[in-house]
Each structure stands twice: as C-alpha cells, then as structure tokens.
Design a protein around this ligand. Sequence first.
Ligand code: 5GP
Length: 210
Amino acid sequence: MPSEKDGVMIILSSPSGAGKTTLVKKLSQKDNFEISISHTTRQPRPNENQNEDYYFINVSEFERLIKNEEFLEYAKVFNNFYGTTRTPVIDNLNKSRNVLFDIDWQGADQIKNKKLDYKLITFFILPPSKEVLFERLSKRHANDNLIAEERMKQFERDVLHWINYDFVVINNDLNECYLKISNLIDAVINNGSQDYDPSYIRKHVEKLTS
Ligand code: 5GP
C-alpha cells in the first residue's frame, strides 16, 4: 500500500507534437513537484542544457547504466536511447515530493509493471486533430518536411497506446489542458471528485484513428 506521506509519480506521455514537454514544465511549478531528468544518447538541441533538460551521455555510458541496473525504465525512441535512473526518483518520493515523468509509452508500461509502492497517475496527451498535429510538426521541423511526415506515421502507431493510461487529455489550448491535468492530479491525491468523461475521449480517439 502506498503511504500517504510519500510523493506521487505522475507520467505524461504523448505522440510527438502534442505539447507534452511544455505541460510538464508548467506542472513542475506546482508546489512540491519535481521533473525526473532522463538520460539520453541523442544530441542536445540548440535550446537544451546538459543536466537540466537531459543528462546527455554516449551509448557506452548508457550501456554501463543498463548493466549496473540503475534504470527504473529505459527504451529506444526514434533511434536513440532514453532512460530514468531509479535513485533520484525514489529519493524524491521518500521526501514526499511528487515526481513528473515526460516519458514514452514503453517507459510508462515498464513503471506500471514494476508495481512500486508509490501512487502512480498516468496521462496521455492527444492533439485536437490530425490536421493541427501536422501543422505543429511542420512548424517545428520547418527545414525538413520529411520529419513531419515520419512523425505523423509514428503518431498512427503511438496513439493506440491511449488505452493503457488512467486519463487521456486533449491539448487544444495549453492553459486549459494544464488546468485539466492539474485538477485531476489534485483530485487523485486528495481523493476528490474527478472531472473526466471517458466516453468523450473514446469518441475523440475514434476520430483520430479513423
Ligand atoms: P525528445 O527527443 O523529443 O526529447 O523525446 C522523444 C521521446 O522520448 C518523447 O516521447 C519523450 O517523452 C521520450 N522520453 C524522454 N525521456 C525518456 C525516458 O527517460 N524514458 C522513456 N521511455 N522515454 C523518454
């Protein structure tokens, strides 16, 4: 049984381009919330900082962490490795701090299957429509349209994992989406009533996958 004084684990996953990283950063400003910083073998982007956005490491260092069983979860995403080391997460949870994870469905599955003794809340963020997603991805990868097309194909595969999450939230407007997630987290932590309509979500997913 999770103890009431331990922190809560909150996972946000989404297909690329649904706005998850911005949401995680906004949620981390809530009182007593920490972002779990992942290790990755991918190259930093121009706006990213070592030890803040990620711990950028090489493949042999990543393999060493796997061998030493330091990862709570790890996965290969778009040809790079990504992983969450166990110690900082457990330390924070034991200090009653809530930990936010910006990880993909593979990592979410692994953490869920570990059945750790901490409360876990999982969110899957979806775009309002395929058209909006393509527009966002084309803007983000303006100098290489092939990437946007490749990510759209990946979207068709990733979206199928929505079913394994506690809550699916549509990111139509960043602020509204943030409030929805924030309220649901508070409701779960405080055993309050949850403003959530699963049948609306099911219909939205049907539209996205048709
Ligand atoms: P990006 O390279 O755009 O920062 O992230 C690509 C994907 O990897 C995103 O879906 C992100 O959530 C996921 N990701 C980031 N860190 C981790 C991690 O530690 N573990 C797993 N499984 N996925 C991660």
